[in-house]
Design a protein around this ligand. Structure first.
Ligand code: CDP
Length: 224
C-alpha cells in the first residue's frame, strides 16, 4: 500500500470534504470522496427500481456502480454528479451504508484507489466515515474532523442553497441528527475516530486555518 495516504473521517458537513479536496490539490495527491460512493449506490438502487430496504437489492446497486467506475477513466467521472448532493439521497445513502454486503463492494473500490491512485499522483486523500478504522488502517496521517451539530447544519444549509436546492434550517438539522445517529450506531464500520486519529474541532476554524493545520501535520508524517 502506498505510504502517502491521508485518511479523513467525520460526520456530515464537518468540513472534511472541503479539507480533503484542498489538501489533495495542494500536495498533488488524488482525492476520493467516499461518501459519494454510498450516495451513488443509493441513486443506482433507485434508478434500477430496486429496494433500498433489501440488502441484496442494495448490493446489486453497488455492483452496478462498481462496473461503471471500472469502465471510467477516473472514479470522479462517475461520482461528480450534482444529483447526488440532495439530503434525500444522503438519507438513503446512510440507510444502505449499514449493509455489510454493500460495504464489501464499495470497500474494494476504496482500497484499490488508495493502493493505486493512478494518474501520476504522489499519494491519496480519502474522506468518509471509516477510512482510518477500516479502509486504510495503516495510513500515516488520520484526521477526524468534528463540529457542533448546529454549526454543521448551518454550513449544510448554505451549501444546499448555493446549489439552488431549497431547504430549511430545521429540516437540515433533523436530517443531520438522524444520519449521525444511524452512522454512529450501526454494527458494521460505525463512524468513529481511529485510536490514532488526530481529532480537530472545526467549529471555530475557517477552511484556510484547517488546511494550514493539516498541511503541517502532513509535512511531519509523510514523504512529500
Ligand atoms: O457529505 P456528507 O458528509 O453529508 O455525507 P457523505 O460523506 O456524502 O456520506 C453520505 C452517507 O454515506 C453517510 O451518512 C454514511 O452513512 C455513508 N458513508 C459511510 O458509511 N462510509 C463512508 N466511508 C462514507 C460515507
Amino acid at each position: 500500500m502506498s505510504k502517502n495516504i491521508i485518511a479523513i473521517d467525520g460526520p456530515a458537513a464537518s468540513g472534511k470534504g472541503t479539507l480533503a479536496r484542498s489538501l489533495a490539490e495542494l500536495l498533488g495527491f488524488a482525492h476520493m470522496d467516499t461518501g459519494a460512493l454510498y450516495r451513488a449506490t443509493a441513486l443506482e438502487v433507485h434508478d434500477a427500481g430496486l429496494s433500498a430496504q433489501d440488502e441484496n437489492d442494495a448490493r446489486d446497486g453497488a455492483q452496478i456502480l462498481a462496473k461503471k467506475i471500472a469502465h471510467a477513466t477516473r472514479p470522479s467521472d462517475v461520482l461528480d454528479n450534482p444529483a447526488l448532493r440532495t439530503d434525500q439521497i444522503g438519507q438513503q445513502a446512510s440507510k444502505i451504508a449499514a449493509y455489510p454486503r454493500v460495504r464489501e463492494v464499495l470497500n474494494k473500490i476504496q482500497t484499490d484507489f488508495a493502493e493505486n491512485p493512478g494518474g501520476g499522483f504522489k499519494g491519496a486523500v480519502l474522506d468518509g466515515r471509516d477510512i482510518g478504522t477500516v479502509i486504510t488502517p495503516n495510513a500515516p496521517l488520520k484526521l477526524y474532523i468534528t463540529a457542533s451539530r448546529e454549526v454543521r447544519a448551518k454550513r449544510r444549509l448554505k451549501e444546499l442553497q448555493s446549489r439552488g436546492i431549497s431547504a430549511t434550517y430545521e429540516a437540515v438539522l433533523k436530517d443531520m441528527r438522524e444520519r449521525d445517529t444511524r452512522d454512529a450506531e450501526r454494527k458494521t464500520a460505525p463512524m468513529k475516530p481511529a485510536d490514532d486519529a488526530i481529532v480537530i474541532d472545526s467549529s471555530d476554524l475557517d477552511a484556510s486555518q484547517m488546511l494550514e493545520k493539516a498541511v503541517s501535520l502532513a509535512k511531519e508524517r509523510l514523504t512529500l
